[in-house]
Design a protein around this ligand. Sequence first.
Ligand SMILES: Nc1ncnc2c1ncn2[C@@H]1O[C@H](COP(=O)(O)OP(=O)(O)OP(=O)(O)O)[C@@H](O)[C@H]1O
Ligand SMILES: [Mg+2]
Length: 627
Amino acid sequence: MSALPSSIPSPQRRPIRELPDELISQIAAGEVVERPASVVRELLDNALDAGARQVTVRLASGGVRLISVEDDGQGIPREELTVALRRHATSKIASLNDLETVGTMGFRGEALAAINAIAELSILSRFAGADSAFALDGRTGELRPVARAAGTTVEVRELFFATPARRKFLKTDATELAHCIEAVRRHALARPEVGFSVWHDGKLMEQWRAADRREQRLADALSDDFVAQSVAVEYLGGAVRVAGRAGIPDAARSRADQQFFYVNGRFVRDKVLSHAVRSAYEDVLHGQRQPVYALYLEIDPSRVDVNVHPTKIEVRFRDGREVHQAVRHAIENALAAPRAGDAVTPAALQQPFFKPNVPASGAAWAQPGINFVAAERGAGDFEALWPQRTGGSNPGSGASPWPAAEAAPAAFRAPAGLPAESTAPGALSTNEQAWPLGRALAQLQGIYILAENSQGLIVVDMHAAHERIVYERLKTQLDGAAITSQPLLIPATFAATPQEVATAEACAAVLPTLGLEITPFSPRTLAVRAVPGTLADGDPVELARSVLAELAQHDASTVVQRAQNELLSTMACHGAVRANRRLTIDEMNALLRQMEATERSDQCNHGRPTWRQLSIRELDALFMRGR
Ligand SMILES: Nc1ncnc2c1ncn2[C@@H]1O[C@H](COP(=O)(O)OP(=O)(O)OP(=O)(O)O)[C@@H](O)[C@H]1O
Ligand SMILES: [Mg+2]
């Protein structure tokens, strides 16, 4: 006997046996073949369970006339070929315990029997180590020797030939073909180490070579853009591991057509999982936009029931909460790191693997650029990255453009000790080259900050960016306990509506956690006595009014837990620098450095981007400048 091919997953293959009746009754019953793509899915499951390394799918007329799936897996022994076509006959489980811990794609022993009942099926197989191959005709039961290398080919012809009514329900060949290719793609995304090719009417439609990295397969089977516009996810929470890639908010689409979720290698659609994903994107993606992702959850098979639906597309987790939390945290963590420096430019698209897969341990999540910024200031913590209140002098940029009465927002004042060279014209210094968002050059129309980094030009929407910085800062403070407040030297009083007065009284206990002190001054007047330090530059009355309006909509006792983020987002909007405020170069640089150090700073609180990169290549193209 020749050596077993390396593709064999487990040498202790069990013979194909009919399942006992009590086990059959436990298995989710129902139709599995709806259209050609269902056959493709079942045959691919079988090929992968057999340890295939290379799978070739051949289709004719959208799969209706022919579906052939050829693999180089372990094959089926001659004497078991006939058994494979019987209902409830499988080599994959033998007991209830096996069913509860099943690790293979198949376990029902139903697929081949179901396909054989509605189409002309034949199996050609050579068992690993056997001298010859045999072909079984599913209709006549005839078995004859054929020439074939180790592995199996299943051919399915004339789907629904005996049920013209069902055949009528099929769509055009082009549509059925698209579904078949999608079925192969789903399998291919689960198993990068396996090569796949798809032929239709003699033409090669898709070919994905075996890859040693998941990113490679994602780039091949989805697109380079998918990889370039997504971040690596790698998370271990309790018994659950979540890996893969989550699309950045910018890459979101109007349709949910690039959402792939796998549980132990099986493509699934599951409410717990999709809700967890949705909630992870809640803070960065607004409206109806659909995130793109390819996520892979691994969990002890005994903690997930795959025997819920006959097509196995649904699963049930023993502990749904645990899974929900793991998925949510995995994506939130991955999206939180600012991506400045990972600019999604054509250059980045051409080398899709610019971002290494980082291990799940703490600090490894930070971006290289961010580590540098932190190290530069000699401090790793978030607070230390905030510019100190230096009293408004702006070294290196001449007289302050701020009228005496209208000081620059405190958060924008340049940090003490910012290298003087930061404002010098000319080539970027080594320090500046390491700043992902580059060195500020100018302000445009009072709205945008223009900056230069090693890749080209950066354009920042300063209000949107600052709003996110303030918002994240408020969130961090509130997570700690309460938002740090700053008393006003002279309380700001305003004529309040009865509703506002009532809300201020009802929320007297909640307001301090938000860093606010608002007390009745007279029956129709409220006084703002303290505001959050972070928002000290905003208009205290405007801030008080919008917070009271928001509080009035909720039950005061629970609002901070339930509507916390909306509330903070409203507050942040008031604290963020407004359009048309002129900033000095140092203030602009301070904002850029804060963005680099702030989680989720690539999107404003409403999910819009805060910055864009225009690469030198794009600028050259604009001017038709060859290099
Ligand atoms: N490509 C293949 N290579 C090797 N063995 C195969 C292949 N396809 C089918 N078999 C064998 O035939 C048996 C029956 O296949 P079938 O798809 O009907 O059932 P299953 O995979 O066990 O369960 P399910 O109905 O859930 O798919 C399998 O258990 C397996 O032993
Ligand atoms: Mg099967």
